[in-house]
Design a protein around this ligand. Sequence first.
Ligand SMILES: *[C@@H]1O[C@H](CO)[C@@H](O)[C@H](O)[C@H]1NC(C)=O
Ligand SMILES: *[C@@H]1O[C@H](CO)[C@@H](O)[C@H](O)[C@H]1NC(C)=O
Length: 247
Amino acid sequence: MLQLGASLFLVLALCHSAYGKLVPDFIHPCNATTRECLVRSTQDAIPDFVRGMPDLGVPSLDPFVIEKLAIPLTGLKVTFYQGKVSGFRKCIVDNVISELEKRHFVLEFHCNLTIRGQYTAVGRILLFPINGEGDAKVKLTNLRMKVDLNTKYYKDDNGLDHFGIKDYKYSFDYGDRVSFDLKNLFKESKELSSTVLEFLNQNWRTVAEEFGKPIVDYAVELAIRTIEKFFIAVPYHELINVPIPKY
Ligand SMILES: *[C@@H]1O[C@H](CO)[C@@H](O)[C@H](O)[C@H]1NC(C)=O
Ligand SMILES: *[C@@H]1O[C@H](CO)[C@@H](O)[C@H](O)[C@H]1NC(C)=O
């Protein structure tokens, strides 16, 4: 009887540890907030994390979809739609800082990204009246980004602690190169279309700085909201083996 009780207890304990854990296996919790461990464990997690975790309510970031995005520019109205951004799974993590007491978290990485979709552009570029629409492809080489988060802690309904996100800011650099492939910039003229496209590519940094911010803002906001969903699904103690600061 005693033995049956003991094995039943063992079975229950094993079930509990198997089912009680929410965090996916690709998260390797650090035992200390050292740069080395944080960078490695973040790098290890990215390829699977960005595929999404439907059972945890966490959507895919690679690819992620931009259904429709208006880019307001003076004299030119650009709309980007049916877009797909891919490449996040191969991002390289350059630095991670986690200051648990200060509720501060920094992530630096660089990536090659491809954005594909459809666009319409009506207005003027330089002196040319423009009235274009068609396929759009933009490739970014070694886009560098630094995201700086203020975190918070809270308890869920079961009394478990979680990370939360209070606010964030970010900075980025378009990196080594942005290349544009925009079909039909001028519906009336193939030659003018390719001349202007060539011009845009020669001046890629200026063009990216003019057009890019709304798309990058959108991507960062989406990534932050995705991480937030993950924090809602998975409690603090499954993400890091360091006691939570008093709060
Ligand atoms: C943390 O410590 C545990 C137990 O010693 C070990 O199995 C695990 O690999 C460590 N985690 C990391 C990311 O080093
Ligand atoms: C991006 O592509 C360039 C050129 O193909 C390559 O040298 C670089 O290592 C890539 N960067 C990343 C983060 O994969």
